[in-house]
Ligand binder design. Structure first.
Ligand SMILES: O=C(O)[C@H](O)COP(=O)(O)O
Length: 254
């Protein structure tokens, strides 16, 4: 527990996934981590341990790349016994009919500007899945307990915020407010959804935010939810390189 008046939250994006490696739009596709991804997640956990972090409760999505990342971090912290809540609301932004397409190929075909809009715009949705498509969440076992009307066929960031933020406010915020130290392992865009709210960013500002894989980011808030401190835990140059690598995934191969 945090015994001063501040609130401690750490967010971490999953390590490299099999589809990150292949540069495919992933969204709700349930692909696992690569060996590199597991190493990144362990390195993130080790960095947290060395910096003296501890936690009381953890949250993650239903997708195995985030769940396995959390497990690697908890292994390093020797905190596998902590309570873990898995929520579909923390899933990656649904990438609609783009799921499974190569990002660089899409840039070559539709232009880098269009791909940047699909990847980063606040309110433009990627093309939607056709209902009944094998990727349609309505037909996937993973979502059998989610009200069908809540399940998307595609999402822009605004749509992701509309499900991730109410979950944060109703489930996670109360824990932080009673002094629990919270760890969230989730995804590039579901974390951008939360970051936009934490940092009160405009749609233009969030467009330029890219979250690196496997690097924990620590937020300290005061009791009125002002950010007192935010920092990534790790080597700044390596983190910058990872952030640029994410931004560049949407460029056509030269
Ligand atoms: O869903 C995906 O493809 C990734 O997890 C995030 O992709 P993005 O950085 O292209 O939005």
């Amino acid at each position: 527990m945090n015994d001063d008046q501040t609130m401690q939250l750490v967010i971490v994006r999953h390590g490299e996934s099999e589809w990150n490696k292949l540069n495919l739009f992933t969204g709700w596709t349930d692909v696992d981590l690569t060996d590199t991804g597991r190493e990144e997640a362990h390195a993130g956990g080790k960095a947290l341990r060395e910096a003296g972090y501890d936690f009381d409760v953890c949250y993650t999505s239903l997708l195995k790349r985030a769940v396995h990342t959390l497990n690697c971090v908890l292994d390093e912290l020797d905190r596998n016994w902590l309570p873990v809540h898995k929520a579909w609301q923390l899933n990656e932004r649904h990438y609609g009919a783009l799921q499974g397409l190569n990002k660089a190929d899409a840039a070559a075909e539709h232009g880098e500007d269009q791909v940047k809009i699909w990847r980063r715009s606040f309110d433009v949705q990627p093309p939607a899945l056709t209902p009944g498509d094998e990727r349609d969440p309505h037909v996937l076992e993973m979502f059998r307990d989610v009200p069908p009307q809540d399940l998307p066929y595609t999402e822009c960031l605004k749509d992701t915020i509309a499900r991730a933020w109410p979950y944060f406010e109703s489930q996670i915020k109360p824990q932080l407010e009673v002094g629990k130290r919270v760890l969230i392992a989730a995804h590039g865009n579901s974390l951008r959804a939360l970051v936009m709210q934490f940092e009160k960013l405009t749609p233009d500002q969030i467009l330029e935010v890219n979250i690196p894989t496997g690097v924990p980011c620590s937020y300290t808030f005061d009791k009125d939810w002002n950010i007192i401190d935010k920092h990534y835990i790790g080597d700044p140059a390596a983190i910058e390189a990872k952030i640029s690598a994410v931004a560049n995934q949407g460029k056509a191969k030269k």
